[in-house]
Design a protein around this ligand. Sequence first.
Ligand code: ATP
Ligand code: MG
Length: 333
Amino acid sequence: MARIFSGIQPTGIAHLGNYLGAIQNWVALQEGNEGIYCLVDLHAITVWQDPHALRAQTRTNAALLMACGIDPSRSILFHQSAVHAHARLAWIFNCVARFGWLNRMTQFKDKAGKDREAVSTGLFVYPNLMAADILAYHATEVPVGDDQSQHLELANDIAQKFNHDYETEFFPVIHPRIIGGTARIMSLRDGAKKMSKSDTSDQSRINLTDDNDTIAQKIRRAKTDPADLPDHPEKLEGRPEARNLVGIFAALADITQAEVLRLHGNQGFGHLKEQLTALVVEKLTPIREETNRLAADPTHIDTILQQGAARAAAIANPIVAEAERLVGMLPAA
Ligand code: ATP
Ligand code: MG
């Protein structure tokens, strides 16, 4: 039995990319493992969030995760800020990680854009907090989308440097669980950008709570190119929007891209888009309905998250206390 850790930022509402790249793997990995799943609100505020929206989105995403199949009686589901061990260990990692390492992180470059002077220092040290999230539990398996692979390598570098600097083997090696074809779902408006909660265009993504008309409209308007769909996946090279739609179709229908193109190749995008809409609607309707049912009782969601936080703290507190001892701090109590 392995200990799994993963998180999602309540910066918006989880979308189809989060579902296919991360959440569906979290659900599958609950079986036979110890799952720890976190709404990472400390990460979310590295970019300013409206406080009311942040609270609402934390609850909605918690409801969504449960609607997708995260079972809070089996896995631990909680919000990051409720377990102070994350921030305590992140501070130590701020002092272990090197400036130059963080300076190479592509997510920071993407999110900071041109005006680096104006972004929060939290955005820069985001990967140190992410390393702390995982290592505070000695978790070894981390199911994420491939946009997070660089951060996981950094987390291993931090763990190794800590172990080296303090002459210990305290922190384990982390194994990324990045699953093939669904590890990077692209924006519906731009095949070169990943689908993101923080994209300013709502048309770029399918939120897991979108209603059926919105789903149909977003897929109808999804960017394509003028050529017909090819008859073979190799011919999707250089056609990122076509590749993305075929990839989403294959993932949802649980068939290969070659099979998708056997069904829809040598014709325009109309038929593929129509069938894709039906697949997305079929997948998301029960998730949306269950989310709405759960979201009607916010007090119940808060209770679940608080109970999850207590279970999480019981694991993380002794681990982080030991890290503090190794560094040379006196016991807290
Ligand atoms: P934000 O824009 O606020 O960073 P996000 O959409 O990138 O939001 P995160 O909360 O940062 O979502 O990531 C949650 C999980 O979803 C991570 O494991 C991440 O790797 C995965 N993920 C995010 N976007 C995609 C995507 N487009 N395709 C596949 N997986 C994704
Ligand atoms: Mg992200």
